[in-house]
Design a protein around this ligand. Structure first.
Ligand code: NAD
Length: 334
């Protein structure tokens, strides 16, 4: 099948071309993100492959359908950037990679926790500057701490397994409790209770209408003073301005982010020579107790191989059968 691959980075090209060796699709790579301004670049491609920060709103999807596209191929798990209702109305099929080593994102989430609780980001810079003073680097043990996991699907469950090994008390909120987590000893509680009693809160739910700004001013107000908040799910699950207020008042003692509400204009690019225009993001960077990575939770050799293989298999399956087991259906929105 002829596939336009949008938002291409060198590693996308490398892993997709390797996986395409047997599949034999015609992959055409575009560096640009797909959005209303760039929709013309993928004209006449029956399949369009996109990533987390491509914008597939109703207008873009209508243009793609009119240009002959039949298949939208997400090379990620989340589908919050695609208007699934509009795609369905237009007869466009949307497929995704529902699972690809959840351990990659889970391990990155725990890496953020460990870096923050022992101030490794500050220690690294100090030692390089010949400053071996320990003031300001006092940490705490994870053992015995209460960790609240919001969303115990594939990634949340992997986080629970790792933190079980650290001796944490694990509580969770998820409308669909995970039997594997219950067997591990995870206790499911209402979200209000989770936010009130957790020493560490880690977010692993999808972004949808129910979870947009799940962590808002009211949620921050409920939290324990000095709480650690980790978000590797999607940026808009937290209200960034509410969290900044929480940092200013010291309610939030540590913040680890791999995702950011307005990351589309920043992440996956080298902007080191430019003046960043996003004042909210720049404010976040001023806090010594904030550690941000640029949406790299998925970025491991294992995950990229798995993503590329499933992406190519999804295309082959759709081309052969007209359907695909990894299709994003309206049921997934409910
Ligand atoms: P999953 O579908 O396996 O699990 C999501 C869980 O969230 C499910 O158990 C679901 O019941 C639960 N959930 C749904 N609504 C909820 C709500 N209102 N409150 C609490 N829980 C709710 O997904 P996953 O593979 O574990 O991925 C989780 C999210 O992680 C993805 O949606 C994506 O946004 C994000 N992600 C980030 C990266 C990264 O690189 N940082 C990579 C992959 C996925």
């Amino acid at each position: 099948m002829r596939v336009a691959v949008c938002s291409t980075q060198s590693y996308d090209r490398q892993f997709l071309l390797a996986a395409n060796h047997d599949a034999g699709h015609e992959l055409v790579f575009f560096d640009s993100r797909l959005c209303e301004e760039t929709r013309q670049m993928v004209a006449d491609f029956p399949a369009v492959c996109v990533f987390v920060n491509d914008t597939l709103n109703a207008a873009v999807l209508a243009a793609l359908a009119a240009q002959g596209t039949r298949l939208i191929v997400l090379r990620c798990a989340g589908f919050n950037n695609v208007d699934i209702q509009a795609a369905s109305d237009l007869g466009l099929h949307v497929v995704r990679v529902p699972a690809y080593s959840p351990h990659s994102v889970a391990e990155h989430s725990v890496a953020l926790m460990l870096a923050l609780n022992r101030h490794l980001h500050r220690a690294y810079n100090r030692v390089r500057n010949g400053n071996f003073a320990l003031q300001g680097l006092l940490g705490f043990e994870l053992r015995g701490k209460t960790v609240g996991i919001v969303g115990t699907g594939r990634i949340g469950a992997a986080v629970a397994q790792i933190l079980h090994g650290f001796g944490c008390r694990l509580i969770a909120y998820d409308p669909q409790p995970n039997p594997g987590c219950i067997s591990l000893g995870v206790e499911y509680v209402p979200l209000e209770e989770l936010t009130a009693v957790s020493d560490i809160i880690t977010l692993h739910c999808p972004l949808n209408q129910q979870t947009r700004h799940l962590i808002d001013t009211a949620a921050v107000a409920r939290m324990k003073p000095g709480v650690m908040l980790i978000n590797t799910s999607r940026g808009a699950v937290i209200d960034t301005l509410a969290v900044i207020e929480g940092l200013k008042s010291s309610k939030i003692g540590h913040l680890g982010l791999d995702v950011y509400e307005q990351e589309g204009d920043l992440f996956f690019q080298d902007l080191s020579d430019q003046v960043i225009q996003d004042d909210v993001f720049e404010r976040l960077l001023t806090f010594p107790n904030v550690l941000i990575t640029g949406h790299q939770g998925f970025f491991t050799d294992e995950a990229l191989s798995s993503i590329a293989q499933t992406t190519l298999q999804n295309i082959s399956m759709f081309e052969r059968d007209g359907v695909c087991q990894n299709e994003v259906t309206m049921e997934l929105l409910r």
